[in-house]
Ligand binder design. Structure first.
Ligand code: FPP
Ligand code: MG
Length: 430
């Protein structure tokens, strides 16, 4: 049974690889320059940094259209993400809508196989976990709904509190499902990632493969993904299915990029940002775009573009902060080993910035910090450098971009909660 499932998975992977080769054309220079537009405003704290030219990511054809969309000119800068306006707490505002998420996932992954069921629902049974992704989906759904409801418009002098940001019940229900699907995909990818990285802990507890076995973890991740795909199809929106399928494609591509990286790739900021987009930001951007599509907005509408851009920049900010915290926080706070990136041979933003000041780091990055003493030396050089400070600035820049995209939506409780979330992402400590 297990072996036939594994052969099925191997076949599906081959099929996916083959169909990708047919349908996704390689990234070209136009793609890169289009995305550069989105990041061009960022000036790294150290001027003349070679990393500056590399804040560019590969764009899919659809995203090229998005990059051409102007931000609504009525509001130049919505708010400073460092000091967000008053408004509801992001997690509280939609908390009730997500209360039963864990129970719903447990229902969705119900199967006759008790081990598979337990493994697939493991992370959903933990009390910890902020449900970051579903929260963003619900908030963006509501912020976009404010644009559709009543006559609220950008720049209106109505108090944000009086703006109705609730979508219709059937639409909101689908958007809630989308939040659940997003969390299931994310969790599936982490279960697989922990197998690949041989990580013992996750979210403060044992990883699934440590609790069970590699085979069970691989199947549990596949199973979650399979059930998420059924739910996705049930949303009955082809564009949403395509968007979320793109997110899956990016997740796998990011993981393959990491596994197959050439030594020179590892030292380039461009490669790091692409991988960060693929592994983290794409799922968030695709889910926020999908939320707007489910809300009835057209794929190139300002609202859909803003939703996707918010997710895109917030996702990048989130991961860059994650990479920062990996150096600055203890394992207890992180719920996984501290400094794991260096120990796993990964050079992230802090080290890449530090390497501009201390080029001797490049050799260590290329050999994945494998020589005895590399990890300690790299940490010492990082401490002496401006690497951490510059990483923080990069994360802040992306968080600021995220909230600026919200300016095309009317002021509403949900929009304020999204701004606060942007702030939360850059000030978080775990
Ligand atoms: C964490 O990376 C991993 C990801 C964000 C994505 C992993 C994706 C896959 C394994 C591809 C398969 C995808 C699916 C949907 C089954 P990390 O190791 O850099 O971060 P960590 O410190 O949290 O482990
Ligand atoms: Mg990992």
């Amino acid at each position: 049974m297990v072996s036939s499932l594994l052969s099925f998975l191997a076949l599906s992977t081959t099929f996916l690889t083959f169909s990708r080769a047919l349908s996704v054309r390689p990234v070209d220079d136009d793609d890169l320059s289009a995305l550069l537009e989105a990041s061009e405003g960022f000036v790294a704290p150290q001027a003349a940094s070679p990393a500056r030219s590399s804040h560019r990511l590969a764009l899919r054809p659809r995203e090229r259209v998005l990059a051409a969309q102007p931000v609504n000119a009525k509001v130049e800068s919505l708010v400073d993400v460092n000091s967000p306006p008053s408004g509801p707490d992001p997690f509280d505002y939609v908390g009730d809508d997500l209360l039963s998420l864990a129970d719903q996932v447990r229902e969705v992954v119900d199967t006759d196989h008790p081990v598979l069921k337990m493994a697939a629902s493991h992370f959903f049974s933990l009390k910890s976990g902020k449900k970051f992704r579903p929260t963003i989906v619900m908030l963006i759904s509501r912020a976009a709904a404010a644009a559709a409801n009543s006559g609220a418009d950008v720049g209106d002098s109505v108090s944000y509190k009086d703006v109705d940001d609730m979508p219709s019940a059937d639409v909101y229900d689908k958007q809630r499902r989308l939040g659940q699907i997003t969390e299931m995909i994310h969790t599936a990818s982490l279960i697989h990632d922990d197998v690949l990285d041989d990580a013992e802990t996750r979210r403060g507890g044992d990883s699934v493969h440590k609790l069970y076995s590699n085979k069970v973890a691989v199947l549990a991740g596949d199973f979650l993904l399979a059930r998420a795909s059924v739910l996705l199809a049930q949303l009955g929106n082809v564009e949403v299915v395509e968007t979320m399928a793109n997110a899956l494609d990016s997740l796998v591509t990011g993981e393959v990029m990491q596994a197959k990286a050439e030594p020179d790739d590892l030292t380039t900021f461009d490669w790091y940002m692409k991988k960060t987009y693929m592994k983290t930001a794409s799922l968030i951007a695709c889910s926020t775009r999908s939320a707007a599509l489910l809300g009835g907005f057209a794929s190139t509408s300002e609202e859909t573009v803003a939703a996707e851009k918010y997710g895109y920049h917030l996702g990048l900010a989130f991961q860059i902060v994650d990479d920062l915290l990996d150096f600055t926080q203890s394992a207890d706070l992180l719920g996984k080993p501290a400094c794991s990136d260096l120990n796993n041979g990964q050079a992230t933003a802090p080290i890449l910035f530090a390497a501009e000041e201390y080029p001797e780091l490049n050799a260590m990055i290329r050999r994945k910090f494998k020589q005895p003493g590399d990890v300690d030396r790299a940490r010492k050089l990082l401490e002496r450098s401006k690497g951490l400070e510059r990483t923080k600035s990069l994360a802040r820049w992306h968080a600021q971009q995220a909230v600026e995209w919200l300016s095309v939506l009317p002021d509403s409780p949900a929009r304020r909660a999204l701004v606060k979330l942007g702030n939360r992402v850059i000030v978080r400590t775990s």
